[in-house]
Design a binder for this molecule. Structure first.
Ligand SMILES: [Zn+2]
Length: 159
């Protein structure tokens, strides 16, 4: 199952990424503003995050989902603020691109540590679709413990 932002700008690219990376073209979708970030407890609305986690877990159990792919999106380090996720801009209205990116990375670590709360026994993968200044897209693994993950990021506090 894929948890992705409702933002329509990236949906074709998301489908292409999933088909290329995981050979999946038909999958359960949980589209919600913020994508994986909607499940994270870091925001200003912990009740919403709890409800989203419960809804996600319900779907996982209902359909016996074995893998949950959490997607975030936003500008690359050299990208433009216009590419930011509207839900993250709402949560962090004065944040710079670097701060928005850092928040998503912390949320990813938090979500991986709490995976049972929304993914039950399923595996959890976390990616961010990064948009560069020219509009190019890259899907970056945000799991600091993943062997496929980026090594440019310090390891988080994941338990
Ligand atoms: Zn978004």
């Amino acid at each position: 199952m894929v948890v992705a932002c409702s933002d329509g700008r990236l949906q074709e690219a998301t489908d292409a990424f999933l088909a290329r990376e995981f050979k999946i073209t038909r999958y359960d979708r949980f589209y919600v503003p913020g994508g994986g970030g909607a499940l994270a407890s870091s925001g200003t609305d912990p009740v919403r995050a709890q409800q989203m986690c419960a809804e996600c877990k319900y779907l996982v159990e209902l359909h016996a989902v074995r893998r949950v792919i959490l997607l975030f999106h936003g500008p690359s380090a050299a990208g433009r603020i216009e590419a930011a996720c509207a839900d993250y801009r709402r949560k962090l209205p004065w944040a710079t691109i670097a701060e928005l990116r850092a928040r998503q990375e912390l949320d990813a670590v938090d979500l991986l540590a709490r995976r049972r709360e929304f993914a039950s026994e399923g595996d959890v993968l976390v990616y961010r679709c990064e948009v560069d200044a020219a509009g190019g897209l890259t899907f970056v693994n945000l799991d600091p413990d993943s062997p496929l993950g980026s090594d440019r990021r310090p390891r988080g506090a994941r338990g």
